[in-house]
Design a binder for this molecule. Sequence first.
Ligand code: ADP
Length: 213
Amino acid sequence: MIIIDLSERQNEIVNIVKKEGPIRGQDIAKRLSLTRAALRADLAILTMLGYLEARPRVGYYYSGKTITSLLVEGIKKIKVGDVQSVPVVLNQSQTVYDAIVSIFLEDVGTLFIINDLGFLEGVVSRKDLLKGLMGNSNSQNMPISMLMTRMPNVHYITENEDVFEAARRINEYEIDSLPVVERVDNGNSVSYTVVGRISKTNITRIFVELGEK
Ligand code: ADP
């Protein structure tokens, strides 16, 4: 769904259809003192954008979609895999010092922690690091695994899910980002490899892009 600003006339058409729909094209034209031909382009655009629906012999009626629902529809069409960022990943044996260096070098707020097999074990945020340093300033020796939020408590998402679902989880769990994972079935257990990252920043960017269209 494309989100664009409607012209004054298009808004008038939507309002007429909202009040009087289903209504035929020629009757809309009459209300606006225009010819049916002069309205053809606007009606085509409004139908294409999903504001109006057209039924043969019945006319146009309002699809009930508000700007908000069109925006949500737009967001639901974008897959996590299309907008995800590169994940910043550390091994669980690395230290708190390594984690702080990565956060500065890679300019991220959240690190994903993996085990020696490359599977997701945990997540470390900026506040986890601050908390760890408050009690123990020896960041060079402290393994990052001491501070991380561990599996199975890590919230994640997959590439095929939509961005709305990512935003919903980030909101619900009050976190800054989600690892994007691929599920690996090992027979009697399931592990996850980290293939991406989706954060509040990605979602804010999409929101601005959709708003600007
Ligand atoms: P910060 O703590 O820097 O404000 P967050 O709000 O993302 O950043 O993190 C809050 C807490 O939630 C931290 O303890 C962190 O380990 C944990 N956390 C962050 N991301 C996730 C996630 N995807 N799944 C589970 N826990 C997470």
